[in-house]
Design a protein around this ligand. Sequence first.
Ligand code: MN3
Length: 264
Amino acid sequence: MNISRTISHYFRQSVALLLAFVLAGLVIACQPTPTTQAPSPTPTPSPLPVASPAGELRAYPAELPPLPYAYGALETAIDARTMEIHHDRHHAAYVKNLNAALQQETNLQNQSVEALLRDLNSVPEAIREKVRNNGGGHLNHTIFWQIMGPDGGGEPTGDLAQEINQTFGSFEEFRKQFNQAGGDRFGSGWVWLVRNPQGQLQIVTTANQDNPITDGNYPIMGNDVWEHAYYLRYQNQRAEYLNNWWNVVNWGEIDRRAQGSQQR
Ligand code: MN3
């Protein structure tokens, strides 16, 4: 008798305890949600435009940007006829071929050139090489015309000068390593000063018309070492072209790119 009463008592206590828990749970669940706003998630920064810190480059319809100076304005390094052919024919051909590649790709047409080159795997295989070469050619040359100018030359000043000194030891050493890398690039391609994903300055080269953003690097300045960039005056003397090219380097624009690339 006693035992069964004890069990029954124990059972009733357990049920009461369980009910208490359920009730407590319901009360908590029915509490009005606190009115304090959860902190809004930090927006993912959109990647910095590469063609110009001011904006990305339209892929379709792509347009040949006007040369920002006369063909003969860079004569201290590059002759007028080479500039004319380089801009009006070579760059124009990349623009034309990019448009042809994207003509049927309505879902890619509102992308920027940068977006396509950052994620080449998203481009259908049938046109991937065309987009890589011609989108890259369009982007590379758009940068190239801007980072040269008739009042160029000399040495960088300000923050970029200091960063170059810290990274390479001196401006002379930087120039030497840049020219060396450009000279060593086998075949056609580009030599670049980039900001790498770790935020450091680095000299890299790319083949053909590849742009450093495909590897996650931000191109600050680049020199075109395709023969079409220097052939009329220098023939096969790439080293001489690389040396003279510094006479037309537009440090104002390059510094702007270097400072912008630190905001990532
Ligand atoms: Mn070129």
